[in-house]
Design a binder for this molecule. Structure first.
Ligand SMILES: [Fe+2]
Length: 387
């Protein structure tokens, strides 16, 4: 993360004696990225984080690309899906993937996780499409609500407790590289600049430390190389009395993203919200349309010669599309042009604003849909530009 944060009690000097009330030392853990060259935080545990009680049999946890889907403009109709599985991990349905990123949905029947999860393979970006709750992690308590992006750095140990009432639908992106704020919106020390669509005030780090002191049986499921490794401890992994640093999970609401508009159509980079190795994430939010007297608010046809473009339609009516519902995905693949559906260009002329919300994933390597996605494919979509 781009700014320093601290919570709880920490010693005045790092790597020095910091004692518990009974005289024993707190156990210091440096959680660092890019070896010792990236962002890091220093955590103080009550118990030794290496004190493993038992290791169970790992469970397979991976997705396969649907290799025969081919070059097709793709619409995945996932709007009617109510539940995707029993609990948080079981309910994860990755729908598209390449070697840098996976993206999918998660609507678990069980709202409260009875275990902890650690993704050791990559950073996670969770967009809360529906639902609200609390994320408990080693870094504290973070309240999450509809419209939030939650950025979770790899190795963060966490569990969610979502409210029992109302729908729950998460869009989950897993990235091999770190998920970061956008370089061109930061100054040389990392502060978000004046032209950034959001700033530090919009970023919500954990707001309250959450310390679990009771001894017991604590299961941490660790995702590593396509498996869920089953690690049991006699103490909670959330036994942190204090931490400080730049590495921690945080939330940013799509409702706090300030759109950049212009006299003529603005390209997708103005909607960019996050960057990572091999892809970008953009947010389409309600905004005033272009104000040149002859402007065309709908986008032009375009060919992405070196990227695949995924849109997840969150709210409102998407002006350039027909037959798309809330919760639909479209994947417009590099190698084919794409653009507004027939009639939508003319219809957009004179429109003053849009109320749409959408999350976009633009990848620089080709994506493949997974075998899990095949049941959602709208077979008519590739021909939907022909009247
Ligand atoms: Fe596009």
């Amino acid at each position: 993360m781009a700014y320093y944060h601290r919570m709880g009690t920490i010693p005045p000097k790092r790597h020095t004696q910091f004692r518990q009330p009974d005289g024993s030392l707190f156990k210091e853990e440096v959680v660092s990225s890019k070896g010792f060259s990236g962002i890091y935080s220093i955590l103080y545990h009550i118990h030794n984080p290496n004190e493993v009680k038992s290791i169970g049999i790992p469970k397979p946890f991976s997705w396969k690309p649907a290799t025969d889907h081919g070059l097709n403009q793709t619409h995945l109709k996932t709007s009617d899906v109510q539940f995707t599985g029993e609990d948080y991990l079981d309910a994860r349905r990755n729908l598209m993937m390449n070697s840098d990123v996976m993206m999918g949905i998660c609507s678990p029947r069980k709202r409260k996780m009875e275990y902890y999860f650690k993704n050791a393979d990559g950073d996670e970006l969770i967009y809360v499409h529906d639902g609200e709750g609390v994320m408990y992690s080693q870094f504290g308590k973070l309240e999450v609500r509809k419209g939030d992006y939650i950025v979770i750095p790899r190795t963060t140990i966490y569990r969610f407790e979502f409210e029992e009432e109302g729908p729950l639908r998460l869009l989950i992106i897993e990235s091999k590289g770190a998920i970061e704020t956008v370089n061109r919106y930061r100054n040389e020390v990392g502060q978000l600049l004046e032209h950034s669509p959001y700033c530090e005030r919009d970023i919500r780090p954990p707001h309250e430390l959450h310390i679990e002191k009771e001894q017991g049986d604590y299961l941490v499921q660790i995702k590593k190389q396509g498996m869920l490794h089953q690690y049991s401890y006699g103490h909670s992994p959330l036994d942190i009395v204090g931490w400080d640093g730049y590495l921690y999970p945080y939330a940013l609401s799509i409702y706090d993203f300030e759109p950049i508009t212009g006299r003529i159509h603005q390209p997708p980079p103005v909607h960019q919200t996050f960057q990572a190795f091999g892809f970008v994430i953009c947010s389409f939010v309600p905004r005033l349309f272009d104000y040149h007297p002859l402007s065309i608010p709908a986008p032009y046809n375009h060919s992405n010669i070196d990227s695949d473009e995924v849109l997840y339609y969150a709210e409102g009516e998407f002006m350039s599309r027909k037959g798309i519902d809330r919760g639909s995905f479209t994947i417009h693949m590099g190698g084919l042009p794409h653009g507004p559906h027939p009639g939508t260009v003319e219809k957009s002329i004179g429109a003053k604003s849009t109320d749409e919300y959408a999350v976009m994933l633009d990848t620089f390597k080709s994506l493949q849909i997974t075998t899990d996605a095949l049941e959602f494919v709208d077979e008519n979509y590739p021909m939907s530009w022909t009247e």
